[in-house]
Design a protein around this ligand. Structure first.
Ligand code: GYE
Length: 343
């Protein structure tokens, strides 16, 4: 937008003197030529420039999240997107934000890897007059005015939903009096999704005296680590009743480790498998009965970002926090969505 203003000032300077010498029609010709020349030199001319700092590409969810942003913030929609993949490192995100500031972008969109460590760089963005929109995860900062809006999931609710589903399932199976041993594969330490999902599930677990969370281990949201951590759990604990895996990618790794150990999972299996995200490949496993339940987390956030920016352009952003709508999938209802799942 700042660029657009500069453009019009430039156009005025060129057009005003010309208008004294030429007829109106010629003015438009000159104006067109100037615009053409400028847009050749400056590809972002007339577009809203957005710098996006993405966490990485650790999961299928993340790939879908990135695609949703890239498919929405397009030139045809009026955007000039500068996208940076931080490859799971906060220092890379901080570097990217500083780059966006020095390029004087119109907006910064950030998916922060962890909650802490953002005060300084976000103050720099504020001082430069660049609004920051957060997506997916949150930041833990002193001054809330350092970001303008946030769009993401209610992770605590997701964790609670996993707990509520387990309560109901054990009731149906008449297992409320049995000891239930639980292990948890956690995602990236210090991230909002992990903090929320852990807190939500623990709050339900606390109310069930017979549930025992044996251990919760960081497997960084990846299949490779999910496999490793599950192998560790199997060596360490003889009697595991429930695996809670905080995303589908770790679930795939855990399933592989269990299969190798001759342990079955899901509907008629030895171990109850609870997963998060609900990507298509995992929903197939819910359908087959290998995963008992998948708590949905919606990665399609591009449209929300677009809406937020458009409202801000008009100066009428009324809310600060936006939550995506999410569901819980079991073999009973998974058929409703599986064919339409795009990720
Ligand atoms: O569940 C996981 C991803 O923060 C919601 O990050 C996101 C999580 C998502 O890598 O798959």
């Amino acid at each position: 937008m700042k660029e657009q203003l500069k453009k019009w000032i430039a156009v005025l300077f060129l057009v005003i003197p010309t208008s004294f010498m030429t007829a109106c029609t010629n003015q438009f010709l000159v104006e067109d030529m100037v615009q053409e020349e400028e847009s050749e030199q400056n590809p972002e001319e007339g577009l809203i420039v957005v710098g996006v700092s993405q966490v990485g590409s650790e999961s299928i969810w993340r790939t879908a999240h990135t695609a949703s942003i890239q498919e929405t913030l397009t030139t045809e929609n009026g955007y000039y997107l500068i996208f940076d993949n931080a490859r799971q490192k906060q220092e890379n995100q901080i570097k990217a934000i500083r780059n966006f500031i020095s390029q004087d972008v119109d907006y910064i969109v950030l998916s922060p890897i962890t909650e802490t460590g953002w005060d300084t760089v976000l103050s720099e963005a504020k001082d430069a007059g660049i609004p920051v929109i957060l997506m997916d995860r949150m930041v833990d900062i002193e001054d809330d005015s350092l970001y303008t809006a946030w769009i993401g999931s209610d992770f605590e609710e997701e964790g609670k939903n996993a707990g509520y589903w387990l309560e109901e399932y054990l009731e149906k199976k008449e297992m409320t009096e049995e000891d239930i041993n639980i292990v948890v594969l956690q995602g990236t330490e210090g991230s909002t999704s992990v903090i929320g999902r852990t807190r939500g599930f623990e709050s339900v677990a606390k109310k069930n005296q017979n549930w025992h969370i044996l251990e919760q281990v960081d497997a960084d949201f990846t299949t490779a680590k999910g496999y490793e951590v599950m192998q560790y759990f199997l060596e360490e604990y003889e009697d595991i009743d429930v695996v809670v895996s905080q995303n589908d990618d770790m679930t795939f790794g855990a399933l592989e480790a269990m299969e190798e150990a001759g342990i079955s999972t899901g509907k008629d299996g030895d171990v109850i498998m609870i997963s998060f995200d609900a990507v298509k490949a995992a929903l197939e496993k819910v359908k087959d009965g290998e995963i008992n339940v998948d708590i949905e987390c919606n990665p399609l956030q591009g449209q929300y970002i677009d809406r937020i920016i458009r409202d801000m352009e008009k100066g009428k952003l009324e809310e600060k926090m936006f939550y995506t709508v999410e569901r819980v999938f079991t073999p009973e209802n998974v058929g409703l969505v599986i064919d339409d799942r795009t990720y």
